[in-house]
Design a protein around this ligand. Structure first.
Ligand code: NAP
Length: 315
């Protein structure tokens, strides 16, 4: 059996973090190999317009932005392969990444696999996701709901934060939570529950998102868990904020992760893992900011660290 070539740097993930890491390592002449997963371009490709990425005063289509980053990475010599990493072995050097059909060897590895928003799974959610009224990011999409009624589903810090952010635009924000108090930190919970534009809807879960036939959200059907009564909140936007699931599964046995499954970088670093030459970047290692620009920044930092590490270890 032939031994595969040893790559300088393999980047796993093709969102903002991965593609930025590819631009930097490519420009450093490291000819990176980037493994794109099942959603090339990552979460931003599912957002219609991005208004807060610096440098685009008129906003930029999420798909277009990712396509631009991909072209820039290609220009500097990045090679792309559409495949999923199923497991890794970081106990030996070079590092081993296993995909469905081959083993890839690498001196340095940058993992930028992102996180997937946890969804409710109720009817209408999938059909109306992305530009039709169901979204998971108030920072990205809140401004599209000026003077409209919207709902946020969830009771954690994210839900409270999303609801508060949405009060800048929406006429009214329903905060729909399955319990009778928020899980969010006290300061966030107090802010949300006392805000005049936020109406908390306690003990309630979504049953369906209405508007599929019209192609746009028209209401949120909810059920009160104490009375079993169903009702419909008429509104135009549903923001799902029930947590995220980091895409760290295939690496979790090899790298330190926290209780939520997010990569836990070595102390004092955002990107360095417990394995030398292996870096993490973007939403798989960041549950706090989760922005395209912060993911890109982490991708850049990981690339620079990988480049330095390779210079010392024969890149
Ligand atoms: P989270 O703390 O896990 O909260 C998720 C919320 O969604 C919980 O209230 C949970 O209900 C609810 N939920 C989960 N599954 C559900 C389902 N299937 N249907 C309905 N509701 C469901 O997640 P998060 O708010 O994204 O926060 C994640 C971490 O980031 C936390 O550590 C948080 O403190 C941190 N964070 C901090 C800030 C900040 O400090 N500004 C901002 C955002 C996030 P239960 O309460 O019943 O479990």
């Amino acid at each position: 059996m032939s031994v595969p070539p040893v790559e300088n740097v393999v980047i796993v993930g093709s969102g903002c973090a991965g593609l930025t890491a590819a631009i930097y390592t490519g420009r450093a002449n490291l000819t990176p190999l980037l493994l794109e997963g099942s959603l090339p371009g990552g979460q931003l490709t599912t957002t219609s317009e991005v208004e807060n990425f610096p440098g685009f005063p008129e906003g930029v289509d999420g798909f277009q932005l990712m396509d631009n980053l991909r072209k820039q990475a290609t220009k500097f010599g990045t090679r792309f392969e559409q495949t999923q990493v199923t497991s890794v072995d970081f106990t030996s050097f070079p590092r081993k990444l296993v995909t469905a059909d081959r083993v890839i060897l690498a001196k340095a590895v940058i993992i930028a696999t992102g996180a997937s928003p946890r969804m409710t799974g109720v009817p209408g959610e999938k059909e109306l996701y992305g530009g039709k009224g169901v979204t998971t990011c108030a920072t990205c999409d809140g401004a599209f709901y000026r003077k409209m009624d919207v709902a946020v589903i969830g009771g954690g810090d994210s839900a409270a934060e999303e609801a508060l952010f949405l009060t800048r635009f929406a006429s009214k924000v329903y905060l729909v939570h399955r319990r009778d108090s928020l899980r969010a930190s006290k300061i966030m919970a107090d802010r949300a529950t006392s805000h005049p534009k936020i109406q908390c809807v306690w003990d309630s879960v979504p049953v369906a998102i209405e508007g599929v036939a019209e192609g746009a959200v028209s209401g949120l059907r909810i059920k009160n868990l104490k009375t079993n009564a169903e009702s419909v909140l008429p509104l135009k936007g549903v923001f799902v904020a029930i947590g995220h699931v980091p895409n760290t599964g295939p690496f979790a046995a090899a790298l330190d992760v926290d209780e939520g499954g997010y990569f836990k970088p070595a102390s004092g670093s955002q990107i360095q893992t417990n394995v030398p030459g292996v870096y993490v970047a973007g939403d798989c290692a960041d549950h706090v900011y989760r922005q395209a620009i912060t993911a890109a920044g982490m991708g850049c930092a990981a690339a620079i660290e990988a480049e330095r590490w390779l210079a010392e270890h024969g890149g």
